[in-house]
Design a protein around this ligand. Structure first.
Ligand code: HPA
Length: 271
């Protein structure tokens, strides 16, 4: 595993000569931030040695090197989901590679269902904590000692400093935001009404099928994380979530996307 991670990082370093300080992972329909990047190099995932290949509609599957607000970044347009059949190690492989490329901060976005009755479709939720409801943990198995400790603490999965800055940025720019807990589960089914209710009772405010494994692996390696859920559908009452379609999720994500992009850009500026 570590040899593959190193080989892929070496390949990308050699091809790009880039030295990114921040990594960005863009969720379903949230790829618009790419237009703000001054792109230096762009790779289809299928052209990167050892990379899995993304298959879901709305995920372009590109690794982009360039600058955002003058800072060197590496961005994933589209991510790898557990429900696609990848192992947890495959899902999180790019985060491992980004660490070896030099990132110290990881920015993640996702499209998510809203569990909190105070939320509306199109809201941005700054993620303050997460719950892992995937059937496994990406760190299960032999620990890669040179990347991190066997039993990583998870006391601050999302950087409190970045959360505070993000709140400031949102307020200054008149962007409505929520804060809350994200629960990640395997999918690909959306939740049943009872499952939505259960997740809310457990303390979650948004629910989706990503992010959690990436944050676990990032924290294992000491990377500071910041995440935003874009609320694409609501599951907050008895007649909740009347048949959310993938198209609706993509539309809501598209509309909220510019606000999320602004917050990411302003935070990256301060690194
Ligand atoms: N559940 C899980 N994943 C999601 C949802 C949802 O309601 N909306 C967007 N991604």
């Amino acid at each position: 595993m570590i040899e593959k991670i190193k080989a892929t990082a070496e390949y990308l370093k050699e091809k790009t000569g880039c030295n990114p300080k921040a990594g960005i992972i863009l969720g379903s329909g949230l790829g618009g931030l790419v237009e703000s990047i001054e792109v230096k190099h762009s790779f289809d995932y299928s052209d990167i040695p050892n990379f899995p290949v993304s298959t879901v509609e709305g995920h372009d599957g590109k690794l982009i090197f360039g600058t955002l607000e003058g800072r060197e970044i590496v961005a994933m347009q589209g991510r790898f989901h557990y429900y696609e059949g990848y192992t947890m190690q495959e899902v999180t492989f790019p985060v491992r590679v980004m660490k070896l490329l030099g990132i110290t901060h990881l920015f993640l976005s996702n499209a998510a269902g809203g569990l909190n009755p105070g939320f509306s479709v199109g809201d941005l939720m700054i993620i303050k904590d997460q719950i892992n409801m995937f059937p496994e943990n990406p760190l299960r198995g032999k620990n890669i000692e040179e990347l991190g400790t066997r039993f990583p603490e998870m006391g601050e999965p999302f950087s409190k400093k970045l959360i505070e800055k993000a709140k400031q940025v949102a307020t200054e720019n008149n962007i409505k935001f929520q804060t809350g807990v994200y629960v990640g589960s395997a999918g690909p089914t959306l939740e049943t009404p009872a499952e939505y209710r259960m997740f809310h009772i457990l303390g979650a405010d948004s629910t989706g099928m990503s992010t959690v494994p990436e944050v676990i692996v990032a924290r294992h390696m000491g990377i500071e994380c910041f995440g935003i859920s874009v609320i694409t559908n609501l599951a907050v009452s008895e007649d909740m979530d009347k048949g959310t379609t993938h198209d609706e999720v993509q539309n809501a994500a598209g509309e909220a996307q510019p606000k999320m992009t602004l917050i990411f850009k302003e935070l990256i500026k301060t690194l």
